[in-house]
Design a protein around this ligand. Structure first.
Ligand code: 2YC
Length: 274
């Protein structure tokens, strides 16, 4: 799991990433409407009745400058009444409980969760990111059902994204540079796998890149739709020219989809997979 750094998220609070412009152009949705769509909620759902606490966590490698503020800003952009707790860690969590907030967001070095207090269920950032970016690929590709979809990376996000794309009806291939990793996830999901990441990438037009890897433009298929949560994120000029679209952000789509999936617990009771 790649750890975010302050420089990657410093412009998230002001929303300067123009993410909505990119998403509107390629998916016909804003970040908010896409996240609601991903969670199976009506795209005009009013979230202003939802309250959330974001609890800074100091364990392990500690606070990431701007992280809690970025999560808080993303939730506010969805219309959720959010705030960062004054206390950190358990004190912060106790304040979140005392506030009676519906949702609690907190992340240590291993796990980032949105906890729905009333339903006593949580959504991980792995699942929120996988669902958000699989939804972006589905929308930007004009509907992924019946089409080939390449998932690069069989880790926490990639393996969940492969399952979600399979359930959307895509013909999924999963590729990981560690061949056995891709092979075992493919066997578990009943999808195809490849050990030749570069060769498979160059042949696929619908790609979800969940690997912390940078791929040269010579490998990008002409007209490829690339949904790309992986950090570090970079595509060279040739890659950017050949792709029909590249969708990426450091935090927003994942957090927004965590939030809408957490809210969805109030609407339908079955457990979203994590
Ligand atoms: O500021 C804080 O509360 C820190 N404890 C937050 C640590 C987040 C560590 N995780 C990451 O950097 C990202 C996640 C957003 C998803 C994967 N890596």
């Amino acid at each position: 799991m790649t750890r975010l750094t302050p420089d990657l998220i410093e412009c998230v609070p002001e929303g300067k990433l123009a993410l909505d412009d990119t998403l509107m152009k390629y998916t016909g949705h804003t970040m908010k409407s896409m996240a609601l769509h991903a969670a199976g909620l009506p795209e005009d759902t009013d979230l202003s009745g939802i309250t959330a606490s974001v609890v800074p966590i100091t364990s392990g490698m500690g606070i990431i400058g701007g992280f809690s503020q970025s999560v808080d800003a993303i939730l506010r952009r969805l219309g959720i009444r959010s705030h960062v707790t004054e206390g950190t860690d358990v004190l912060g969590f106790s304040k979140a409980m005392d506030s009676g907030d519906d949702l609690v967001f907190m992340a240590d070095d291993s796990m980032f969760v949105a906890y729905n207090v009333r339903e006593r269920k949580y959504i991980t950032n792995f699942y929120g990111t996988a669902l958000g970016y699989a939804t972006a690929l589905d929308l930007a590709s004009g509907g992924i059902k019946g089409k080939e979809a390449l998932v690069i990376g069989a880790g926490f996000v990639g393996s969940r994204a492969a399952r979600i794309l399979r359930d959307m009806g895509a013909d999924v291939i999963i590729a990981d540079k560690i061949c056995d990793k891709g092979k075992s996830v493919a066997a578990e999901l009943g999808v195809r796998y490849s050990c030749d990441v570069e060769g498979t990438l160059s042949k696929n037009k619908n790609v979800l890149n969940a690997a912390p890897a940078i791929f040269p433009g010579r490998l990008i298929a002409e007209g490829a739709v690339i949904s790309s949560p992986g950090v570090p994120h970079y595509y060279d000029e040739e890659g950017r020219r050949k792709a029909s679209c590249i969708i990426h952000d450091p935090l927003e789509i994942g957090v927004a989809t965590m939030a809408t999936c957490s809210v969805a617990f109030f609407h339908h009771k079955e457990d979203a997979s994590r």
